[in-house]
Design a protein around this ligand. Structure first.
Ligand code: FAD
Ligand code: UDP
Length: 377
């Protein structure tokens, strides 16, 4: 009999939620992670009393009541509501997501009818062009964006940001990426439509600690450093790393985008007045600046700490040694992933879960939902 029922490779949300459930079901689990800490991408570092989202801003939002109840059962969530603003190439600030405030700032329109008319006017010729080209609907991100919101917003708020973020022209990106953002004909700057949203009180590390409480965790441990040894320890494996790496890249490498962070502590209590400011101009090299304290302090509390911490985000193409953050779900990569996925389905005792193992642009709630609904043997 092996020492463990489950070896869980990766202590991100998929691995941690699975470990929590398996532990409750009486299974013996070992979690390993190659990073020096648990938590995967939601891990935070405390700097000057501020929880700094070390792997990029993480805002929890969901429509999945079961997921919301599950996480709130472990740690309470605060009232943070994401309302980013975008600094455009014209130097002006616009509210996001695209809503009546944005339309007013862009065109001076004040009623939903005026806004709809303006958008219709911007996309009328475009729809005819698509039809003439025999397209059934938008074939890429550019066509999707213009069909949804018109050319002005596409040019000022989407094109530059998206091309920096993905390092590819909008005409070569999948349409679904832009459908993540709501378009609304009401004055509402909430970035998400989900009914539940917030940040764990005390930060994400508390959530991870609650999930992994009582489970054996070894950090600084790479599965591939001694694969045979780790595999020999357990009856089953839950793998949350890169699926192409699991198979020794035998069909070729999947591509990822990643982000380089430039984080600074400043001697001022409130640098930008908001957690997230996007920079949509191609000329500005970063995509956004995060001011971390605004995730957890509100109103006068902001000034209780005389310092602040900001991070500038510079998207780059992933190379070996960097953190693979975003799967690039274009046609080539999706086809390659399908080949690995077909192999994965033939495995009897290895389960693949999470953003990297499933090569999907999952948000946290989707990853938690999947881990909650995965069968434990
Ligand atoms: P991860 O968190 O990546 O965990 C995988 C773990 O496996 C890592 O700790 C890694 O070190 C470990 N690992 C990999 N290979 C090995 C190996 N060989 N040996 C040992 N360990 C290994 N979601 C939201 O809902 N809201 C947001 O605002 C949001 N913002 C995001 C911003 C950025 C910049 C990024 C990159 C993601 C964001 N997400 C957001 C998505 C969110 O991070 C993921 O959905 C979630 O954290 C994925 O969890 P996971 O367990 O699949 O993967
Ligand atoms: N996007 C944009 N302008 C913005 C913000 C987002 O064009 O100011 C586009 C961009 O293509 C991005 C996508 O919308 O990749 C999804 O944005 P989201 O904020 O969901 O990205 P994430 O939080 O995953 O980085």
């Amino acid at each position: 009999m092996n020492k463990y029922d489950y070896l869980i490779v990766g202590s991100g949300l998929f691995g941690a939620v699975f470990a929590y459930r398996a532990g409750k079901a009486g299974k013996r689990c070992l979690v390993i992670d190659k990073r020096s800490h648990a938590g995967g991408n939601v891990y935070c570092e405390n700097v000057e009393g501020i929880n700094v989202h070390k792997y990029g801003a993480h805002i929890f939002h969901t429509s999945d009541k079961e997921v919301w109840d599950f996480v709130n059962g472990l740690v309470p969530f605060n009232r943070y509501t994401n309302c980013p603003v975008a600094k455009a190439p014209d130097g002006k600030l616009y509210n996001l997501p695209f809503n009546m405030n944005t339309f007013y700032q862009m065109w001076g329109v004040t009623t939903p009818e005026e806004a709809r008319a303006k958008i219709e006017e911007q996309k009328s010729g475009f729809a005819a062009r698509l039809r003439a080209e025999g397209a059934n609907g938008p074939r890429n991100l550019e066509e999707q964006a213009i069909s949804l919101i018109g050319r002005d917003i596409y040019e000022k708020l989407i094109k530059g940001y998206t091309e920096k973020q993905w390092g590819r022209p909008c005409t070569e990106l999948p349409a679904f990426i832009i459908k993540r953002l709501p378009v609304r004909f009401i004055y509402d700057n909430n970035y998400f439509n989900d009914p539940f949203q917030g940040i764990p009180v005390g930060g994400y590390n508390r959530l991870i600690q609650s999930l992994l409480d009582g489970t054996e965790v070894r950090t600084g441990t790479d599965f591939f450093s001694d694969r045979e040894h780790w595999e020999s320890l357990a009856d089953n494996i839950v793998f949350t790393g890169k699926i192409d790496e699991f198979y020794g890249y035998k069909f070729g490498r999947l591509e990822y985008r990643t982000v380089r962070f430039e984080t600074e502590t400043l001697d001022t209590p409130n640098r930008q007045g908001n957690a997230v400011v996007n920079y949509t101009s191609r000329e500005v090299p970063w995509t956004r600046i995060i001011e971390h304290k605004h995730f957890e302090s509100f109103g006068a509390d902001v000034y209780a700490n005389p310092k602040t911490v900001i991070s500038k985000e510079y998207p780059v193409e992933w190379e070996e040694g960097m953190e693979p953050f975003y799967p690039v779900n274009d046609v080539r990569n999706n086809a390659l992933y399908e080949r690995y996925h077909a192999l994965a389905q033939t495995e009897g005792h290895v389960l693949f879960g999470g953003r990297l193992a499933e090569y999907k642009y999952y948000d946290m709630d989707a990853v938690i939902g999947k881990a909650l609904r995965t069968e434990i043997k």
